[in-house]
Design a protein around this ligand. Structure first.
Ligand SMILES: Cc1ncc(COP(=O)(O)O)c(C=O)c1O
Ligand SMILES: N[C@H](C=O)CCC(=O)O
Length: 431
């Protein structure tokens, strides 16, 4: 495979941009080699600067649930852009996307749009602190909620991939108000609340821990966390930036029957443009300025192009059969991955919920990853790196890290999935 142009672009990028990338996970540090510079995408495929074609299971890290460059989204963006790109004043499009989200996601009564998942989580926590008058927050090791100071504590995603310490630059006092627990350990949460319950403003959790690979919640775990919050007067924040409109059209909360106080959204809600949102019960959201006193703002928040892309994406996703078909194809893929590993005699843990999936190469049989500690202990990251490159050579683009999830889109047909499975079988046989 010729990658000369990507290599040339990467060399220049490293002179201009730290590490050559504008978000660390893109740099291939977890798997080695040169990141591919992408020139275009269509449907399930992307093409790099050297003209190589890949079936894409990263999909811009989740947002592209309809695949690359879907006509409905491009048309909505073009029609909106023809009228202007930003006004810094309200538009009907914001109402329209808000109506859609309120209609789709069970717990949401009001929503505030921002520009990224980071902003959504950061603002949700400020709101929780404002509402409760408390300062401490609880997060889970290996979960990632963006890069706001108080959330860069035992974080997942690139922080986990690069094995970084908690980031320099985060004030000690800020980090001190973030308490961390192990994901899936309800007893640990109970002990913490028994000790510090009156000081805790909120628990923030990824419903599926998908920034340390793919770790589903144990039965009753998420509801158990919410019950603890209720008992102690803390708010329960569900970070659905990744799971929103992916685990089900109503997100993980609809899938598991949860009723969070605040929900964080991002990725799919912007249809591939930069959008995030925090949302929840009206009584809580009414504390946000100018309805209330908790301040949060944004020059480009509710940007018309982004709103139009989000509306088009969610409209398409709600058409009969569209979501279910993606789910079926995601299952097909995950079953095939597990089957290929079994045939090759490779210890593997694979999982899928909705349109998300993930798999770990394990160091031994009979172990299971349930949290960040077991992910670090049991996952064979070097084997994933070898596999990743074999797949890349065969034209399949997976997440360049053993600790990230995968995504399927409406453009991934059973035929495309089958050709990926053929590549998986061949690659696993060579491991
Ligand atoms: C669960 C979760 N929350 C928050 C974020 C932060 O979103 P963004 O990268 O848009 O700031 C991400 C992804 O990056 C995420 O996966
Ligand atoms: N795992 C991250 C988000 O889900 C990857 C996106 C990024 O940080 O660039």
């Amino acid at each position: 495979m010729n990658t000369q142009e990507s290599e040339r672009l990467f060399a220049r990028a490293q002179e201009l941009i730290p590490g050559g990338v504008n978000s660390p996970v893109r740099a291939f540090r977890g798997v080695g080699g040169t990141p591919r510079f992408i020139e275009r995408g269509a449907g399930a495929f992307i093409w790099d600067a050297d003209g190589n074609q890949y079936t894409d299971y990263v999909l811009s890290w989740g947002p592209l649930v309809l695949g690359h460059a879907p006509e409905v989204v491009l048309k909505a963006i073009a029609e909106t852009a023809a009228k202007g790109t930003s006004y810094g004043a309200p538009t009907a499009l914001e109402n329209q996307l808000a109506e859609q989200v309120v209609g789709m996601v069970p717990s949401i009564e009001q929503i505030r749009f921002v520009n990224s998942g980071t902003e959504a989580c950061m603002s949700a926590l400020r709101l929780a602190r404002a509402v409760t008058g408390r300062e401490k927050i609880v997060k889970f090791s290996g979960c990632y909620h963006g890069h706001a100071d108080m959330l860069l504590v035992q974080a997942g995603s690139g922080v986990a991939t690069l094995g970084l310490p908690d980031s320099p630059g985060v004030p000690k006092a800020t980090a001190a108000s973030t308490l961390t627990l192990s994901y899936n350990d309800l007893e640990g949460a109970k002990s913490l609340f028994a000790e510090l319950g009156t000081e805790i403003a909120a628990v923030i959790v990824e419903p599926i821990a998908a920034n340390m690979g793919f770790v589903p919640p144990a039965d009753g775990y998420l509801q158990g966390l919410h019950d603890l919050c209720k008992q102690h007067g803390a708010l329960f924040i569900l970070d659905e930036v990744m799971t929103g409109f992916r685990v089900s059209p109503g997100g993980a909360q609809a899938y598991w029957g949860l009723d969070p106080d605040i929900t964080c959204l991002g990725k799919v809600i912007g249809g591939g443009l930069p959008v995030g949102a925090y949302a929840g019960k009206k009584a809580i959201m009414q504390q946000v300025a100018p309805a209330g006193t908790m301040y949060q703002a944004g020059t480009l928040s509710g940007n018309p192009l982004a709103m139009a892309a989000g509306i088009a994406t969610l409209t398409e996703l709600q058409k009969p059969g569209v979501f279910d078909e993606i789910v079926q194809n995601t299952h097909l893929l995950t079953q095939g991955i597990a089957h290929a590993a079994a045939q090759a005699g490779i210890p593997l843990q694979a999982g899928t919920i909705g349109t998300m999936f993930g798999f770990y190469f394990l160091k031994e049989d009979g172990v299971q990853v349930t949290d960040y500690a077991t992910a670090k202990q049991y996952v064979d990251a070097p084997r994933y790196a070898t596999f990743f490159h074999k797949m890349l050579e065969r034209g399949v683009y997976l997440a360049p890290s053993a600790f990230e999830a995968g995504f399927v889109s409406a453009a991934h047909t059973p035929e495309i999935i089958q050709s990926t499975l053929d590549a998986i079988q061949e690659s696993m046989r060579e491991l």
